[in-house]
Design a protein around this ligand. Structure first.
Ligand code: GDP
Ligand code: MN
Length: 405
């Protein structure tokens, strides 16, 4: 489960990590009041569970209360990579001298926690890794021993590599950096996180070390130990991943425009790969699981289509425990009630496929096509999305998998 920036910063504050005073606001007026309480200048930040907010215009530095209201008005209601913005964080602004990067993540390659530090922060860490791999310090942490002091010292030393990636070099900044590294380990450990990232971790012009951003992911399997976090995250009811989770769906938003719904993670992943191979891009990973009922399908479609950035929908069902006719009923239920103005392509195979096809044939839903097989379904969806988005049909194979993991 991903946390919003302000929720992650709440955990940070609880572990005495240095974060700036801030307030959450749901309207321009609230943002203005918050700025008055905090003192100008402030930064107005979109609260969405995706990175790159800065580039998308979701982060604005404001010097006056009017600017704050205008920035909040612009940002609220924005859609950043398919994530609607329903609240902004108004935070005291600082003057940045240096931007650093610090993260602890659960690494498959290390089979354990991996601490990553870079003396260059603020930008995509993948970009730093490509351009200047030497700037990255990667330290595996033994989960039984925990983070050791020598590892903390390595990071602090790397923070002061020399002028080109000169880090915090005065003693108090070094001590502060060491404290941040230790505290971040505590947050990662105590909240059962799979990712705790601070990008950027900054050194201000007055030499203070501050966490300007937070990105925290909690292990779903440990959520029963963090009822407060779970309730908190689900309170933001507009959040698509939370809605999907409540309905028992596995859902991950992706950057493309072809909505994907299938039963079983393997089927959904291979469908996403097939879409990429055919030159398209999946908008999501949505697994309705086994034995899904009509109402679950209805929720899944609703979640997938709610961003408005989907140009085609591909439903691929290989019935086993899941009966194709149940899924077909769910599709009919949603598509006959809500106007869906994108092409819908359905592939039904396996348990009760013939019955499912009969249900769809009888419903005569406009814009819905039943494909002969999985490959045809992918072709039709990619072509449908391209036509709708005003692109020509893709002629070449696209890049590989849309996302690491
Ligand atoms: P992201 O783009 O979603 O990762 O959002 P961040 O919270 O990392 O903010 C993006 C960038 O905005 C940062 O790298 C900073 O350069 C800038 N920024 C954020 N807060 C402040 C601030 O208080 N003062 C200044 N000068 N810049 C800030
Ligand atoms: Mn950031």
């Amino acid at each position: 489960m991903d946390l919003l920036e302000h929720q992650g910063k709440g955990l940070f504050a609880g572990a005495s990590l240095p974060v700036l005073p801030s307030r959450l606001a749901f309207s321009p007026a609230e943002a203005q009041v918050a700025a008055g309480e905090l003192g100008l200048p402030v930064v107005v930040k979109a609260q969405v569970k995706t990175g790159g907010r800065g580039k998308a215009g979701g982060i604005r530095l404001c010097a006056t209360e009017d600017e704050v209201a205008a920035a909040a008005a612009d940002i609220l209601g924005m859609s950043i990579r398919g994530h609607g913005v329903s609240c902004v964080l108004v935070e005291q602004a600082v003057e940045i001298a240096r931007e650093l990067y610090l993260a602890i993540s659960s690494s498959r390659a290390q089979r354990g926690p991996l601490l990553i530090f870079a003396a260059e922060g603020g930008v995509d860490i993948e970009e730093v890794a490509r351009r200047n791999p030497a700037a990255l310090v990667r330290t595996p942490v033994d989960p039984l021993l925990g983070l050791c002091d020598y590892q903390v010292r390595d990071v602090v030393a790397a923070g002061a590599l020399g002028p080109e990636h000169a880090g915090p070099d005065d003693t108090s900044a070094k001590q502060a950096l060491a404290g941040v590294v230790r505290a971040l380990w505590r947050v990662y450990h105590d909240s059962d996180a799979t990712l705790c990232e601070i990008n950027p971790l900054v050194v201000t012009t007055s030499g203070e070390v501050v966490c300007l951003d937070s990105k925290v992911t909690i292990d779903d399997n440990a959520l029963y130990r963090h009822a407060d976090l779970k309730a908190d995250a689900e309170a933001g009811a507009e959040d698509r991943e939370a809605r999907a989770r409540k309905a028992g769906l596995a859902f991950v938003a992706l950057d493309g425009d072809i909505g994907v719904l299938g039963n079983g993670a393997g089927l959904v992943m291979s469908t996403i790969d097939q879409i990429a191979a055919a030159g398209g891009r999946a908008a999501d990973f949505c697994d309705i699981g086994g034995g899904a009922r009509a109402d679950v399908v209805a929720t899944a479609l609703d979640v997938i289509l709610s961003t408005g950035s989907v140009s085609a929908l591909l439903v691929s069902i290989f019935g086993g425990i899941t009966r194709c006719d149940e899924v077909a009923c769910g599709l009919v239920q949603v598509l006959s009630q809500t106007r869906v103005d994108v092409p819908v392509v359905v592939r039904l195979d396996g348990s009760a496929a013939a019955e499912g096809r009969a249900v769809l044939a009888e419903a005569r839903l406009p814009g819905l096509t039943v494909a002969a097989d999985a490959a045809e379904a992918v072709r039709l969806a990619v072509a449908g999305a391209a036509a709708r988005a005003g692109r020509g049909a893709p002629s070449q194979a696209g890049p590989g998998a849309p996302r690491e993991g």
